[in-house]
Design a protein around this ligand. Structure first.
Ligand SMILES: Nc1ncnc2c1ncn2[C@@H]1O[C@H](COP(=O)(O)OP(=O)(O)O)[C@@H](O)[C@H]1O
Ligand SMILES: O=P(O)(O)OC[C@H](O)CO
Length: 550
């Protein structure tokens, strides 16, 4: 018995085939182009994503020497919030998809507050008003694509997140393709009511979004449709849809309240299972749907801390600063120095997400002296991953009252020992990686397999989770405190960079209470304009968002 999973992520798409033991049988992965049409803008060509998806499916089936009919089911997992609209009559997108970390909608998010603050819709949706969520992106499209509003009202223009787009195309597109989304993806749009698990008429009215364009909300595990005739998955039940972070939580078998996973990919997303009642956050986290296994099953909720920039900062070291050739080299370079050399980096390329939600924050390197080398830039970038995660984990502890005994980790960056050790050090909690690191795809496969009886229940799935490696803290309290204070000083330089700070959470770091003693401060930003800045003995050139060190 085999189950497939399409994992459509921010940087790439994978198709993975698993056997009944949850082991990987075959995998194929393709990148798609990242479009950056301006400062803070990130777009994907949805047609390219569909093309890559088909190539991956064909590639993985070929490598495994399997035919589609040998797959019992296929699950879909996707980058969440990324928004697109397409024509029902032709299947063509009206515009590139606007990606979750695009910040063009800062003004729209502010406008939606209507004088009532960023938490105006939080009690219904569990979300603050921020650029991150789909409704702000859909409103931007409505305001900027001529004729779209009329087409949306008529039902000619269909809205979808990436799961919806893939399901539509997998099941036939203009030839009978279904228009559905999963409850956990819908919970990221600002349009779904967390209690009713349906689109909320009052919210839609406040937002000015017509219901006719929205997909039907389905559970995370049921047969939605079958692969279309003539497609690579012809006849195969498409039976699971989970947003990628929910899929990772599911693949990590976090089925009991209080269990936490942290995924280190393009961004970093930390989720805690909070059981069958939505848990409000007072500390800047998101209340969201974890999973719902079938129409009649209870919904399991989660608290989530989303950090926008994680592995993408490593890609930036590679592609923009060009101080590493590839991601694994970041560890080698960072390990070539004994510590951060006093340097900190706040990678607020998309502002700061959880727990601060400050869209005005921008990237900051600080604490430099002439002693610092590119190795310190690299080390500071990697360490920033762990500090950002600690902010979320501290907030999670405050919101849930749970003291964590461990965190289950996954995602591309868990290959980096230095990051994982520093993570365990800075949170003083064990960090545990499973044998199958592709938990996102595995979670989607589990959801699909459960719907068609490949796996019996959650206990059977839990029994398949096996530990590969665990990191425990080797750092003393005094040292941890020193680093944590340094990080918080750095963050205080990042917030409000693009204007008044929009931060609206009581964060865990004691911002503003610390003085600033660094000998040399270098402030850069992905969105920086042209200019030169002088460090002692170093020149840092910032030009059109590209930084070079000479
Ligand atoms: N050894 C490594 N050290 C640091 N970062 C890494 C390493 N390997 C992968 N990454 C980062 O992890 C990310 C890819 O992880 P992945 O889980 O595939 O992301 P996504 O699902 O968001 O596409 C990339 O941003 C890459 O820079
Ligand atoms: O594609 P990833 O792994 O970066 O995940 C993106 C998230 O789903 C955005 O919310």
């Amino acid at each position: 018995m085999y189950v497939g999973a399409i994992d459509q992520g921010t940087s790439s798409t994978r198709f993975m085939i698993f056997d009944r033991s949850g082991s990987v049988v075959s995998s194929d992965q393709r990148e798609h182009e990242q479009h950056y049409p301006g400062q803070g803008l990130v777009e994907h060509d949805a047609t390219e994503i569909w093309q890559r998806t088909q190539e991956c499916v064909a590639g993985a089936l070929k490598k495994a020497k399997l035919k589609a009919e040998q797959l019992s089911a296929v699950g879909v997992t996707n980058q969440r919030e990324t928004t697109l609209v397409w024509r029902k009559s032709t299947g063509e997108p009206y515009h590139n998809a606007i990606v979750w970390n695009d910040v063009r909608t800062a003004d729209i998010a502010k406008e939606l507050e209507g004088g009532k603050g960023p938490d105006r819709f939080r009690s219904k949706t569990g979300l603050p008003l921020a650029t991150y969520f789909s409704a702000t992106k859909l409103l931007w499209l409505i305001r900027n694509v001529p004729g779209l509003e009329e087409d949306l009202k008529k039902g000619e223009a269909l809205f979808g997140t990436i799961d919806t787009w893939l399901l539509y195309n997998l099941t036939g597109g203009t030839n009978g393709g279904i228009h559905v989304t999963s409850v956990c993806n819908a919970s990221r749009t600002l349009m779904m009511n967390l209690k009713t698990l349906q689109w909320d008429e009052t919210l839609l009215k406040s937002l000015g979004i017509p219901k006719a364009c929205l997909p039907e909300i389905k559970s995370n595990s049921e047969v939605y449709g079958h692969g279309a005739k003539g497609g690579y998955l012809e006849g195969v039940p498409i039976a699971g849809i989970l947003g990628d972070q929910q899929a990772a939580m599911f693949g990590q078998a976090c089925f009991s309240p209080g269990e936490v996973k942290s995924t280190y990919g393009t961004g970093n997303f930390i989720m805690m299972n909070t059981g069958t009642e939505p848990k409000p956050s007072k500390n800047g986290l998101l209340t969201t749907v974890g999973y719902k296994l079938g129409e009649k099953e209870e919904c399991v909720y989660a608290l989530e801390g989303a950090v926008a920039t994680c592995g993408s900062a490593v890609q930036w070291l590679r592609d923009q600063l060009k101080i590493i050739m590839d991601a694994p080299q970041s560890q080698i370079l960072a390990e070539s120095v004994p510590d951060n050399g006093g340097m900190y980096f706040v990678p607020a390329f998309s502002g700061l997400f959880a727990p601060r939600w400050d869209s005005s924050a921008r990237g900051v390197f600080c604490g430099l002296t002439a002693y610092n080398s590119k190795a310190h830039f690299c080390r500071a970038t990697l360490e920033a991953v762990a500090y950002q995660a600690r902010e979320v984990i501290d907030a999670m502890g405050q919101d849930s009252g749970v003291t964590l005994s461990r965190i289950k980790v996954d995602g591309g960056m868990t290959a980096n020992d230095l990051v994982m050790q520093f993570q365990a050090d800075i949170i003083d909690t064990p960090v545990t990686r499973p044998v199958v690191p592709e938990t996102t795809a595995l979670g989607a496969a589990y959801a699909a397999g459960l719907a068609v009886g490949v796996w019996k229940d959650l206990e059977e799935i839990r029994a398949q989770w096996k530990m590969d490696k665990q990191w425990t803290s080797k750092m003393g309290n005094k040292e941890r405190e020193k680093y944590w204070n340094g990080w918080n000083k750095a963050v205080s330089k990042s917030v409000g960079w693009e204007g008044p700070s929009t931060s609206h959470s009581s964060s865990s770091g004691g911002l503003g209470t610390l003085g600033w003693f660094a000998a040399t401060v270098v402030v850069g930003a992905a969105a920086a304009t042209a200019g030169w800045m002088m460090g002692k003995g170093k020149r840092i050139k910032i030009l059109g968002g590209k930084i070079t060190i000479e």
